[in-house]
Design a protein around this ligand. Sequence first.
Ligand SMILES: [Zn+2]
Length: 173
Amino acid sequence: MKSPPKSSEAVRQAAQVDRDGAAFFRRANLLAADPRVKFIFGRAAETFENAAKVLEPVAKGRGKPKVPAVFPFEEYEEIECYVCGHVARADDLPEVCPECGAARYAFEREVSQGGAWDLVLRTTKEAAAFARKVATAVKDTEQKEALAKAAELRKGLLDEAKEERARMEGATP
Ligand SMILES: [Zn+2]
């Protein structure tokens, strides 16, 4: 079996990281209690989704490529009822707690806005660095353009996160 050229694998890998980002932040959005935090995670999910959509049409090859674990999925795998401590799977969020009957929001997460932006900053930086690294193997013009466009989308999110962080720090006396 011939292995595919590295450049096609590169775009597929970058696209996979963006896919992971979209999936991760969609889940984080779903579990966040604070609507302002939901907004932040929603922005990140949308950006990664758009970056993946830019890359996927020019990514060649099949199957799920191996990529580094950029997003802390494990931290969002289990959720805990804050009333009774019952633990459930995040992808199977119950309408009410099966142990104590508390409403769904008992499973929602308290994340600060600063913490949310920090999570976006850290993971987006890492995703961008990975994409930059794999992009060096790409020669095809169309693929290069797609990678540049996806990089721009991630940079937009990074800039927004940096700005918001700076604004919040400025606001604290
Ligand atoms: Zn409970």
